[in-house]
Design a protein around this ligand. Structure first.
Ligand code: 3H9
Length: 733
């Protein structure tokens, strides 16, 4: 055994580390608050402990570099192992430091120190090695990991690319195709794939640090030069022989990455790895990331990263609030929504009792579920065995009493208040005490629905978005009487089902659909004034949304739904009514606001519709005019922002960031624009207020700026600086 860290060795540069002389074998010496050193025989172990995810914040970089220097200077340390405490290996650079002036040392300095070390450095990985964390591991001579570890360079999701050599080293190890996939799409891979692709050298069974030390001991005993990733060229040479590789890859991601800057830049950086010497490639990577870091897109995406995480936190709700443990659920209604929700539950491993009133509906619902699951299996997303397993989790029934053993009951019947109240009266009769009762209404009054039961404190809204098995958003609606347990349970279940749950209060349409309605009113008005559906839709599509209001209406049976609602309320809408009377119910019948060729989803402008729109303008006495794209954009988006401000005034959303999360996950708002409220900041609240005032003068009170917007504009404030911490109890009240 060699000397320990107490400095028995006279050349031990880490002597200055010592505090009380008690450091020895298997004892950790703190280099600073977040990094410590230990000796296990002739292997030095550097351990990072910076909860929650061991991000490379300034003290970590400082401690890491210092400990590397100490370990490298110790002649008796034949090898160095790098591990992390807590739930994960380093999950990346500290994103919260990006907007602050850089503080040395940079991560590059540690990576350089590792690379020049003649003693092998082994990264021992658990949890997720992400971004700068994976780059740190890539600079090491070897990498070992536990079987559950995952690896990724998710920087594109923050609007940047890896900036510590990831774009240059990863393709050298795993090959250009896998590297492109990981770097340009942010995809993670598991330990088995990492081993097969050459990213890691060994999967460790048992204790990771022990395994890493054993591996380090073994390689350090071998008389050989330890490999540096920078020196590898075989896999790059393979790519050089495939001249179309990069163009093909660009084409393959074009649709999904439309509008985003970073994925294309990521491809450019990997191209540099293939075509330039290593150091020149690193320089190119640095230049590219520096440009992206300054971009509005990256600012928006970083903002969104934190907004999403904040949305899970509910002020006033104690962390130890008891939650309902859901081991069985019941869904009422086997239509599109009920079926989708049942699929989500079954996918999460929860058995579901699916209740319908007639056998035919039940049969049809089950058929659709099977078809959807089989389509996933056909795409390779699951096995046929999993399809059967999931179907077996669904117990169809025509008897309401069968909900009695469910811990969670979700009602998903037709969107009509009276019907929903009747259903809840039944639910109240049969559901067990303590069950969480949820309505999937997309905008009806949850308070009234709750009052149909004798236990309104157990009732919440769980508003899934269609298709429920695909869309990530879940609006959890807090009723006046919903208890903390009901809220915490619904949020908890949302996460378990793989959704992004956001707490909202009761109002017509909640947050998402209330803002959508404001946009829809203006879109229809623009049609009357001179625009056509395809122009309105194109403006929204070019802005970055997946589709505009009319393509969306055609997809989601909007014409029919609104027509039926108008029949209940007695409202009139010339264009909508005419389309409905002509049976133009959207994509499913091949015509709506657009016409569709058989087996095609491509919306084609239809003269019949345009004539109806012109007729509507004539009836309103409006002289149709050319409307600029800019005017369309402002008249669609500014009322949404204004409505968002009213939603905040009313306390229906906790914070602006929650509204943004809703729009990104529920409606496909592009993350590179942050969300409607972040977008408002980037335009400037004063400018939006001024434009609304001008529009109000022209078109009336619909555009009157919300008091909150007015006030924030006057005070020069931004939504992203919102620090209002309303207690959960006030949301929705
Ligand atoms: C990078 O590395 C650039 C380099 O190439 C350049 C080098 C020069 N920084 O998600 P969770 C916080 S860019 C700061 O709820 P999970 C998070 O805000 C980075 N904070 O946990 C939250 O805080 P709070 C590339 C971070 O278990 C808490 O940790 N890496 C960071 O569901 C828990 O997070 C990434 O993009 C960070 N990097 O998921 C990885 N990461 O509790 C980003 C997390 O106060 N991170 N926090 O709300 C993730 O994907 C997930 O957090 C992870 C854990 C999968 C790690």
């Amino acid at each position: 055994m060699g000397p320990n860290w107490t400095g028995h060795h006279p050349r031990a540069a880490w002597r200055g580390l010592l505090n009380d002389g008690k450091v020895g074998e298997h004892m950790q010496t703190k280099v600073n608050d977040v990094v410590s050193l230990e000796r296990r025989g002739n292997v030095a172990v550097i351990s990072i402990d910076n909860p929650p995810v061991n991000a490379l914040s300034h003290p970590v970089r400082e401690g890491l570099l210092a400990s590397l220097r100490y370990a490298i200077a110790d002649e008796d340390a034949r090898a160095i192992v790098l591990v992390c405490a807590g739930r994960t290996f380093v999950a990346g650079a500290d994103i919260s430091e990006f907007d602050k002036p850089p503080q040395p040392p940079s991560l590059h300095e540690s990576l350089d120190a590792i690379e020049v070390s003649t003693r092998p450095v082994v990264a021992a990985i658990h949890g997720t090695a992400l971004g700068g964390g994976l780059e740190l591991a890539l600079a090491c001579h070897y990498r070992v990991a536990v079987g559950s570890a995952r690896f990724g360079l998710p920087e594109v999701n923050l609007g940047i690319i890896p900036g510590a050599g990831g774009t240059q080293r990863l393709p050298r190890l795993v090959g250009v195709n896998t590297a492109l996939h990981m770097i340009a799409t942010g995809a993670m891979i598991g330990a088995t794939e990492a081993l097969q692709s050459g990213l890691i050298d060994q999967i460790v069974e048992g204790d990771l640090t022990e395994g890493g030390v054993a591996f380090a001991r073994q390689v350090s005993a071998e008389p050989r030069q330890h490999p540096r990733v920078r020196d590898r060229d075989e896999k790059l040479a393979e790519a050089r022989a495939e001249p179309h590789l990069f163009d093909d890859f660009r084409a393959s991601i074009a649709r999904k990455s439309r509008g985003f800057l970073a994925p294309g830049v990521a491809v450019t950086a990997v191209e540099a790895a293939v075509n330039l010497p290593f150091d020149a490639g690193i320089a190119r990577e640095r230049q590219l990331i520096a440009e992206l870091l300054q971009s509005e897109q990256s600012k928006a995406q970083r903002y969104f990263f934190f907004a999403e995480r904040k949305s899970a936190k509910i002020p006033g709700l104690a962390a130890d609030t008891p939650v309902v443990n859901v081991s069985r659920a019941a869904v009422i209604g086997a239509g599109t929504m009920g079926g989708g929700i049942s699929m989500v539950l079954a996918n999460a491993g929860i058995p579901v009792t699916l209740v319908e009133q007639n056998a035919e509906n039940l049969e049809r619902g089950l058929g659709v579920m099977r078809k959807n699951w089989e389509a996933t299996a056909a795409r390779g997303g699951s096995s046929q065995g999993q399809v059967e397993e999931r179907l077996a989790r669904i117990t169809p029934t025509l008897n309401f009493e069968d909900i009695a053993d469910a811990d969670l009951v979700i009602e998903a019947v037709y969107e009509q208040l009276k019907l929903k109240k009747d259903v809840f009266a039944q639910v109240d009769r049969y559901a067990k005490q303590g069950a969480l009762l949820a309505t999937n209404t997309s905008g009806l009054d949850v308070n009234q629905i709750a009052l149909a039961t004798a236990r309104p404190e157990r009732v919440v809204g769980m508003h899934f978005f269609s298709p429920a098995n695909v869309m990530k958003l879940l609006e959890v609606v807090r009723g006046d009487r919903s208890s903390d347990t009901a809220i915490a349970s619904a949020m908890n279940m949302g996460k378990k089902m793989g959704k992004v749950p956001v707490l909202v209060g009761v109002c017509e349409g909640f947050v998402g659909n209330r803002m959508l309605a404001a946009r829809g009113k203006q879109a229809d008005r623009l049609l009357l004034e001179g625009a056509l559906p395809h122009q309105v839709d194109r403006v929204m599509f070019d802005f970055g949304l997946p589709m505009g209001p009319y393509a969306m209406a055609d997809l989601a049976a909007g014409i029919e739904l609104r027509w039926r609602r108008r029949q209940e309320t007695g409202e009139m809408d010339f264009i909508g009514d005419r389309l409905a009377e002509l049976g133009r119910f959207g994509q499913k019948v091949g015509k709506g606001y657009y016409r569709y060729e058989p087996n095609s989803r491509a919306p084609l402008p239809d003269p019949e519709v345009e004539e109806i729109i012109r007729e509507a303008s004539r009836r309103e006495g409006l002289q149709r005019r050319d409307i600029s794209d800019q005017e369309i954009l402002e008249r669609l988006v500014y009322p949404m922002i204004n409505e968002g401000a009213r939603i905040l005034e009313d306390g229906v959303a906790i914070r602006p960031g929650d509204i943004d999360v809703i729009w990104v996950y529920g409606y496909g708002w592009p993350t590179y624009r942050g969300g409607p409220m972040f977008y408002a900041d980037s335009v400037g609240l004063a400018q939006i207020r001024d434009r609304l005032v001008a529009l109000q003068a022209q078109h009336g009170d619909f555009f009157r700026p919300a008091a909150l917007l007015e006030r924030m504009a006057r005070e020069g404030r931004r939504f992203q600086d919102w620090e209002q911490t309303r207690s959960a109890a006030t949301v929705g009240s």
